[in-house]
Design a protein around this ligand. Structure first.
Ligand code: ARG
Length: 263
């Protein structure tokens, strides 16, 4: 994770971002701190911190740094130069800790866990607004995993982690309308139990949740999915990320998995 010391809406690269609707940095810091404390103290997750950097307001969305399998880190190539400037900081962090870092060949675009979600032994990968389909083929080869490509169709749900949330035991939550009809069918075939979320909750980024075993850390004010998950046996922890939503982010975007073991 990366503390949002320099967070704010200073450019507009997705429909959520509007420089006229500034995020309150003090509130954002409080929301981030509450999420961090929940992960560390309540869920006992070990959280590593990347130092924040002035001039990189979206660096706090570490999920976009890349994607991780064992000791191999596949680093992102961002669509927009504003975010591409973050790459050297992520790379340096991983290299200093002796991870193996690879990047996809130029000019293939790929935005890390934002568009790549693990589900059982495969990877679901999103494309169209940020990552490219070509990246998925390369990822499958590099990681040695089956990759299911999903086409995103709604610019408000521009990353896969804004509209799909893989859970445990053959289950996932998703916002069907954010996917092409073929990708909706693919999800239905691949995942035995899908929980569709309402448009109102999708727009509160309910799918952008951190799932660790049976624990789900998700945005507050999403009673429908919260109830469904509790009934299905999950432990739901609610957090507020309203300031980050103004940048098009939520809880899941604020953390990158270094190890997907369950607790
Ligand atoms: N403002 C950032 C962007 O548009 C938000 C990134 C959200 N991250 C995510 N994993 N969905 O790139």
């Amino acid at each position: 994770m990366c503390r949002p010391d320099h967070f704010g809406i200073y450019y507009e690269i997705n429909p959520w971002m509007d420089r006229g609707r500034q995020a309150d940095r003090t509130v954002a810091l409080g929301q981030w701190e509450a999420l961090y404390q929940l992960l560390v103290n309540t869920l006992r997750i070990q959280v590593e911190l990347l130092p924040s950097v002035p001039g990189l307001p979206d660096l706090c969305f570490t999920a976009n740094a890349g994607v991780f399998v064992d000791n191999l880190f596949v680093s992102s190539r961002f669509r927009y130069r504003e975010r591409e400037a973050e790459v050297p900081y992520y790379t340096q962090w991983f290299l200093e800790r002796n991870y193996r870092v690879v990047c996809l060949p130029e000019p293939v675009l790929f935005e890390g866990e934002g568009d790549a979600l693990f589900y059982e032994d495969c990877l679901f990968a999103g494309y169209r607004f940020r990552s490219e389909l070509q990246a998925h083929h390369l990822l499958a080869e590099l990681l040695g995993l089956p990759v299911h490509s999903l086409e995103l169709t709604d610019p408000w749900f521009y990353h896969l982690d804004t509209c799909l949330c893989p859970l445990q035991q053959g289950q996932a939550a998703y916002y069907p309308e954010a996917f092409s009809p073929a990708s909706q069918r693919l999800l239905k075939e691949a995942i035995p139990e899908l929980f569709p979320v309402t448009e109102a909750e999708a727009r509160r980024f309910v799918c952008n949740a951190i799932v660790v075993g049976q624990a789900v850390v998700m945005n507050a004010d999403c009673p429908h999915l919260s109830r469904t998950l509790v009934e299905a046996g999950y432990r739901v922890y609610e957090v507020g990320t309203t300031e980050f939503l103004k940048a098009g982010g939520g809880p899941k975007c604020l953390a990158l998995f270094l190890d997907r073991g369950t607790t």
